[in-house]
Design a protein around this ligand. Structure first.
Ligand code: FAD
Length: 631
């Protein structure tokens, strides 16, 4: 094969100059693939691997560990094999990698409504099997292909199926614990639903919605802007940039830890074997000691839902192809209301239909009320106790939707967004061939160590249980990896916080009043209205509320007597309420009581003061409001 000698140089590494080489990952004579990591740089801000711009043989090293380098510093001489990209400097290779990440994100973001994403469009995972990796450096984590069992190409001590927050966390933790780790993901971009078609793109769009709302609100303060213009294509491109930064970062983290990544659809062949079908149709086999199943969930569809691009799920809604004039959102839960917030801000006339008698079912009505009060006049309608009976999608003309309940009858909409929950993917992995039990709903039941009924196979994240939240998935991923590595670990979180990033945000953790009443749990309550919080008023908002629930048997005004019981639950509504809820979660984990919260000096003026003051309200020591003493 023809070769060409090239000098590989440090590419554009942003603002970094004079950065230390902490590791040289290749040796002269070594064959490298395109994008094999050559050296690792470390600045005070980040660690960065420099990939090879081409495949070839390393001829001569021009740097050593301890050297300091900047953009353009020669790294090594490479006898590059024919590929024309070999002429390109490493910087170009980096740009290509970034592009690939964007494509990956876009590939998922642009999914049709039928599932979570289109068939993977990008070529198979760039990282090849272990024998193609550099032979020097931090190799202990990489699976050894030589050790593949029963005809498998590769044997991993820990195999992780699915690269969402549950899966990548598990893989990284396993590698950090010295385990040879293989991560299998069907899409080219790592990060799963959360990074590609969930938490991150939705929060980017919700930020845009917030900016639009703030601009309008400032008219009342004498700040006026000319008429707004929204370019959905540019907005979409911006969210894709945010996503690509994160998914690109994950790829880098996987490389740094020597986690092998295979792109392809995984299915179990037995209790120690997984088959992986790559996007080009080729099948690869991996054997494993331990497997962590982190294959997530997919959006639920309505019964009889026609296939039509105007019927959206969260994935296609986030792809923001266009802004429909009228939008029916089916589901008044977190995802439905977040997407309603986005599309209303972008200009859609939004109707929400919800089967239950209230929005955000898991949260107390008094906390949801300020949100409902704000969105009611902004939306066309919020139809509770109502449901979609059928949708017709004629080729010409709008969608015809038959509703029952609050406004029974037939109505037309330009688009319908179905946000009616998610189904776990347990039924799609041939887990029964490994002997793993899957419920009829598709969940894979686990114990506190995240073990399934087959003790060396674990499940984490959405596929394991409710609540389907990224922070639960990542915590479970760590536990599974630690147990697989022989550590004593278990999921012991007392509470898992929930947040709706609506406007205002709604957040809750631990016990709610609704649940306490249903279970007959006695509690005391501290409330603080944000109308008395300086920071909230400077934001132009006064509708917020912070509520704390304490164990009965202590407390002041409400609990009776000095001190007070431990915090059992917290809920808050208001701008940025989601950022406050972590304090409640920590306080519950630490067994804090009202005094602990009230005596902690909170900075002023912040929204966090509402937490301390709700505790003081419970204790009867609050001075920022006048609360008449109970007789
Ligand atoms: P996933 O993130 O679903 O990852 C599973 C991965 O497995 C996917 O990448 C999938 O491609 C891969 N996979 C599946 N089957 C196979 C197979 N056979 N072979 C190979 N790979 C496979 N949660 C929050 O905590 N905060 C939020 O703000 C939030 N916002 C959300 C907004 C939206 C619109 C949506 C849809 C979800 C949101 N979530 C949020 C939920 C969150 O995204 C999930 O709880 C989280 O992603 C679950 O992580 P996971 O690792 O279990 O699975």
């Amino acid at each position: 094969m023809a070769t060409e000698a090239i000098t590989v140089r440090v590419p554009d590494i942003g603002d970094f100059r004079d950065v230390e080489v902490i590791e040289v990952l290749v040796v002269p004579g070594q064959q490298v693939e395109k994008e094999t990591s050559l050296i690792t740089l470390e600045s005070d801000k980040a660690t960065l691997d420099i990939p090879s711009p081409a495949a070839g043989a390393v001829q001569e090293l021009l740097v050593a560990a301890g050297d300091r380098v900047s953009e353009g510093t020669p790294i090594l001489k490479l006898a590059a094999t024919a590929d024309k990209t070999a002429d390109a400097p490493a910087a170009t290779a980096d740009a290509k990698q970034e592009q690939e990440q964007k494509q990956g994100a876009a590939a998922q973001g642009g999914a049709a409504s039928a599932g979570e994403g289109p068939a993977p469009a990008a070529p198979p995972g760039k990282e090849g099997p272990a024998e193609k990796r550099p032979q020097q450096g931090r190799q202990q984590g990489a699976p050894s292909s030589a050790a593949g069992r029963d005809g498998a190409e590769l044997h991993a001590e820990v195999l992780v199926l699915g690269a969402g927050p549950g899966g990548y966390t598990a893989a990284f933790r396993a590698a950090d614990l010295g385990k040879k780790t293989l991560l299998v993901e069907r899409y080219p971009a790592l990060g799963g639903v959360c990074l590609n078609v969930g938490c991150i793109p939705s929060k980017a769009l919700l930020h845009a919605a917030r900016v639009l709302a703030e601009v309008e609100e400032m008219a009342g303060a004498g700040i006026h802007f000319r008429e707004r213009e929204i370019r959905p294509g540019e907005l979409r491109a911006w969210t894709e940039t945010v996503v690509a930064k994160l998914t690109g970062g994950l790829k880098q983290l996987a490389r740094q830890r020597r986690v092998e990544v295979w792109q392809g659809e995984g299915r179990f062949l037995g209790p120690h074997t997984l088959a992986v079908r790559a996007p080009d149709g080729k099948e690869r086999l991996a054997s494993f000691d331990h497997a962590i199943v982190a294959a997530g969930s997919r959006p639920a569809r309505l019964p009889g839902q026609p296939a039509d691009p105007r019927i959206l799920d969260s994935t296609s809604a986030l792809a923001l192809q266009e802004v429909p004039a009228t939008l029916l959102v089916a589901g008044g839960g977190i995802i439905g209301l977040e997407m309603a917030t986005v599309y209303q801000a972008l200009g859609s006339r939004v109707t929400v239909v919800e089967m239950a008698d209230r929005l955000l079912g898991g949260c107390d009505p008094d906390i949801v009320a300020p949100l409902q009060k704000r969105i009611e006049p902004r939306y066309e309608a919020i139809l509770l106790n109502s449901r979609i009976e059928s949708i017709e999608a004629p080729e010409r003309g709008p969608l015809q939707v038959r509703l029952s309940g609050a406004r029974a009858g037939s109505e037309t909409f330009d688009a319908v967004l179905v946000a009616a929950g998610r189904h776990p993917n347990g039924g799609q992995l041939d887990l029964e061939r490994a002997g793993v039990r899957v419920t009829k709903d598709g969940f894979v039941p686990v114990d506190q160590q995240q073990r399934t009924n087959v003790s060396h196979i674990y499940a984490v994240g959405d596929i394991a249980s409710q609540p389907m939240l990224a922070h639960k998935a990542s915590h479970e991923g760590k536990v599974a990896a630690e147990v697989a590595a022989g550590l004593k670990s278990g999921f012991e979180g007392r509470v898992i916080p929930s947040i709706a990033y609506t406007d205002p945000e709604v957040a809750w953790v631990g016990l709610t009043e609704t649940e306490a009443r249903a279970r007959g749990i006695e509690y005391g309550k501290g409330l603080f209205p944000w109308a008395a919080n300086g920071r909230s008023l400077t934001l132009g908002r006064d509708e917020g509320l912070t509520k704390l629930l304490f164990e009965r048997g202590g407390g002041g005004a409400d609990g009776g007597g000095e001190g007070g019981g431990r915090l059992l639950g917290m809920a808050a509504v208001g701008p940025a309420a989601g950022d406050l809820i972590a304090e409640g979660a920590l306080a519950i984990e630490m067994g804090c009581d009202a005094r602990d919260l009230g005596l902690t000096v909170h900075p002023h003026p912040t929204l966090s003061e509402t937490v301390a003051m709700a505790a003081e309200a419970f204790e009867g020591t609050l001075t920022d409001l006048y609360l008449p003493r109970r007789r």
